[in-house]
Write a protein that binds this ligand. Structure first.
Ligand code: DX5
Ligand code: ZN
Length: 221
C-alpha cells in the first residue's frame, strides 16, 4: 500500500495560492485537498467553486474536494465543471447518500463519503459499494490546526476491516490533526491517504515536511 499525502490549502496563504499549490506539487504531494465550508454544516465559511477553478489552473494534481456543506447536491455540477477530481460529501448531510454518490460519479468525479468523529462507520456500510474514498474525520470539522482525536486510530482499523468484508477497494483518508507525530498511528491502522494543513503550511520548509510525513509511512503494514 502506498501512502498519499494531500496538503489542505485551508492553511495556505490565499494571497499566493497558486505558488503555495505549486510548492506542494514540487514537494511531491499526491493530491491537493480543498475544504469547502458553508457556515451551516460547520461553524466556518471558506470558499466555493471559484477557488477550485483557480487551483485547477495552478496544478495538474488531482483536486480532492471535501464538501462540508448542507445540501451538497446543489453544488456538484459547478464543482465538477470547476475541475474537481473527487467530491466527498458528509453522511451527516446526505440523507439520500446512494443517489448523491451516483450523481457525483455521473459527473465524472470520484465519489467519496466522510464521517465525523461521533458518527458510526455503520452509517456508511450500505453505501460502500458506491464510494472510492472513505474519509474518516480525525477532528470535528470546521477549522484547521485542531488536535488529533486519538480514538480515531481504532476507528480506522475497523474501517479497514469493514472495507475488506465488503470487498471494497476504496481509499481510507484521514483528515485533521495529522502531522509527524500522529500519521504513523493511522497508517499502521490502515489509512492510506493523509490530509495535512497546519503541519505542512506552518512548517519552516513545507516541501521537507511532505517528505517527512511520507517517510513515516514507509514501514510495511
Ligand atoms: C477540517 C478540514 C481539514 C483541515 C485539516 O475541518 O476538513 O481538511 O484543513 O487541517 P489540519 O491538518 O490543520 O488539522
Ligand atoms: Zn478536509
Amino acid at each position: 500500500m502506498k501512502a498519499r499525502i494531500a496538503p489542505s490549502i485551508l492553511s495556505a496563504d490565499f494571497g499566493h495560492l497558486a505558488e503555495e499549490i505549486a510548492m506542494c506539487e514540487e514537494g511531491g504531494a499526491d493530491l491537493i485537498h480543498l475544504d469547502v465550508m458553508d457556515g451551516h454544516f460547520v461553524p466556518n465559511i471558506t470558499f466555493g467553486e471559484k477557488v477550485v477553478r483557480a487551483a485547477r489552473k495552478a496544478t495538474s494534481l488531482p483536486l480532492d474536494v471535501h464538501l462540508m456543506v448542507e445540501e451538497p447536491e446543489n453544488y456538484f455540477e459547478s464543482f465538477a465543471a470547476a475541475g474537481a477530481t473527487g467530491l466527498t460529501i458528509h453522511v451527516e448531510a446526505a440523507p439520500h447518500l446512494q443517489r448523491q454518490l451516483t450523481r457525483i460519479r455521473e459527473l465524472g468525479c470520484i465519489p467519496g463519503v466522510a464521517i465525523n468523529p461521533a458518527t458510526s462507520l455503520l452509517t456508511v456500510r450500505e453505501a460502500l459499494g458506491d464510494v472510492e474514498l472513505l474519509l474518516i474525520m480525525t477532528v470535528n470539522p470546521g477549522f484547521g490546526g485542531q488536535e488529533f482525536i486519538s480514538s480515531s486510530v481504532d476507528k480506522v482499523a475497523r474501517a479497514r476491516q469493514l472495507l475488506g468484508e465488503v470487498r471494497s477497494g476504496a481509499a481510507i483518508e484521514v483528515d485533521g490533526g495529522i502531522g509527524r507525530d500522529t500519521i504513523k498511528s493511522v497508517w499502521r491502522a490502515g489509512a492510506d491517504t493523509f490530509v495535512a494543513g497546519n503541519a505542512i503550511f506552518s512548517a519552516a520548509d513545507p516541501k521537507t515536511e511532505i517528505a517527512v510525513l511520507r517517510q513515516q509511512c514507509l514501514e510495511l503494514v
